[in-house]
Design a protein around this ligand. Structure first.
Ligand code: ADP
Ligand code: ZN
Ligand code: MG
Length: 480
């Protein structure tokens, strides 16, 4: 059998996000998740003939915010189209969307280019009730028109992603960015963020795109990651056995890990888009766009760059902190409280010990423990300044996480500050005396033998001694 070439996955994402405006996209109905079904409806969103839509200015402003945050161009003039399809979630038999001229185009977030982002309206919510709701012997579906007409922004990426985990990570960055813009609660369980994954493979080195399939309606980033991974394997297997990938839309079942076809290319819809005659074009003035730009907060991607370039954090630490707004502000508060401590040292405590201690203590988020930012900063300073050992610092932090308090007082109360240099030197001297064989080996150049002496030091200090400092003292006392 000839050697088969290696294949590279190519992934592009399409994300629908509900904008959290007061009212719907084209009518005055209130938006309220979880309301009694069909209580927020009117002739416009129920598609009554002759009812006229009006564009929600707040939704347009939110779309501009999203577009600018993603580095897009905001079109000086864009229009709405009717996307025609027949389904019970849509009483007009068309969705108002944007087609050839979206409000936002081009852009980038992290390592992924944005193709476009456009405004549209959501469909009504269908609930398939099956047996329990059978009508005339058939399974039944219920329609809730409250969701119909909710403003959506659809974000379409370029196919720049090459691995399922990267897709998940990037979606997390996007979600955090949108959340911090304050335009959506981006809650996947409630359906305010929905992601589709487009997947193809191609021989490594090839620049051409392969035939893609589309994974629809994934309701968690983890499932999307797993679904994309399964689809890549499926495509590789097809190609390996001499077959060809067919263009189709797939459903991934996370429970069984299986992929099933929803529709093939032949069944693809022809939406017969045409310009919406009842709505004016969107034409935001350049001044307005600049006002919106000026009002944007610092966003995760920029913050990450600042943490790396100004504070000197590693890319991993910068990402961990910057992509999580609550952790980022906690970290910055800790840094501000301890201007003499290297921000890298503070970052290590926050991303390392604090994250671990809060998980251990069962907190949902490291910024929500009983330890405040200044306290964590103080622990970093005390250990960094050799006031207490690293082990003591860990113990102190665990206590602050569980019960809070003033770091100096707590460390006094726990007796953590007593292991000062002289004491440690004495403990080291005793440990050397207790381990004469190990001491001889270390002197003879057998570096590993030092472990036995350090073991005694740690036992005597209940793990509170600073390992580095203990090693230094042992070598010093052995005349090395
Ligand atoms: P369609 O016409 O099927 O809607 P688009 O060109 O509009 O396809 O792209 C939709 C999404 O699919 C985008 O996110 C895009 O990046 C992605 N995409 C397009 N072609 C491919 C491909 N060959 N492999 C993976 N993703 C792709
Ligand atoms: Zn309405
Ligand atoms: Mg498309």
């Amino acid at each position: 059998m000839p050697e088969s070439p290696d294949y590279e996955p190519v992934i592009g994402l399409e994300i629908h996000i509900q904008l959290q405006t007061e009212t719907k996209m084209f009518c005055g109905c209130k938006l309220e998740f979880g309301a009694e079904p069909n209580t927020h409806t009117c002739p416009v969103c129920l598609g009554h003939p002759g009812a006229l839509p009006m564009t929600n200015e707040q939704a347009v402003e939110y779309a501009i915010r999203v577009g600018l945050a993603l580095g897009c161009e905001i079109a000086p003039r864009s229009i709405f189209h009717r996307k025609n399809y027949f389904y019970p979630d849509n009483p007009k038999a068309y969705q108002i969307s944007q087609y050839d001229i979206p409000i936002c185009s081009g852009g980038r977030l992290g390592d992924v280019r944005i193709h476009r982002a456009h405004l549209e309206e959501d469909a009504a919510k269908l609930t398939h009730v099956g047996e329990s709701g059978r009508i005339h012997g058939s399974d039944a579906s219920l329609v809730d028109f409250n969701r119909g007409g909710t403003p959506l922004i659809e974000i379409v990426t370029e196919p720049d992603i090459h691995d399922p985990a990267e897709a998940r990570e990037w979606l997390t960055l996007l979600r955090e960015t949108i959340r911090q813009l304050g335009v959506s609660d981006v809650n996947m369980e409630e359906g305010s963020l929905r992601a589709d994954g487009n997947v193809s493979i191609r021989p490594v080195g090839s620049k051409e795109l392969g035939v893609k399939t589309e994974l629809k309606n994934m309701n968690s980033f983890r499932f999307l990651e797993r679904g994309i991974a399964a689809e890549i394997e499926r495509q590789k297997a097809i190609v390996a056995s001499g077959g060809r990938v067919e263009q189709e839309t797939l459903h991934f079942d996370p429970a069984s890990g299986s992929l099933t076809s929803l529709r093939s290319k032949e069944e693809a819809h022809d939406y017969r888009y045409f310009p919406e005659p009842d709505l004016l074009p969107l034409a935001p003035s350049p001044e307005h766009v600049e006002e919106v730009r000026a009002s944007l907060p610092e966003l995760p991607a920029e913050r990450r760059v600042r943490y790396e370039s100004e504070l000197g954090l590693s890319p991993d630490a910068a990402k961990l902190l910057a992509y999580d707004a609550a952790l980022a502000s906690f970290y910055e508060e800790a840094v501000a409280a301890e201007p003499d401590v290297d921000p890298i040292v503070v970052a290590n405590w926050v991303t390392g010990e604090l994250v671990a201690a809060s998980r251990e203590a069962g907190f949902e988020h490291p910024a929500e423990t009983k330890a405040d930012a200044a306290g964590v900063g103080a622990v970093a300073r005390m250990v960094d300044g050799k006031e207490i050992s690293r082990g003591s610092g860990r113990e102190l932090l665990a206590e602050l996480v569980a019960n809070g308090g003033d770091p100096a007082e707590v460390s006094e109360r726990l007796g953590l500050t007593s292991d000062d240099g002289d004491d440690l030197a004495a403990i080291v001297a005793a440990a050397i005396e207790a381990q004469p064989d190990a001491a001889a080996k270390v002197k003879a150049g057998e570096g590993k033998a030092i472990g036995a002496i350090i073991g005694v030091v740690m036992r005597e200090t209940k793990g509170r001694a600073d390992g580095g400092e203990a090693t230094r003292l042992i070598r010093e006392q052995l005349g090395l």
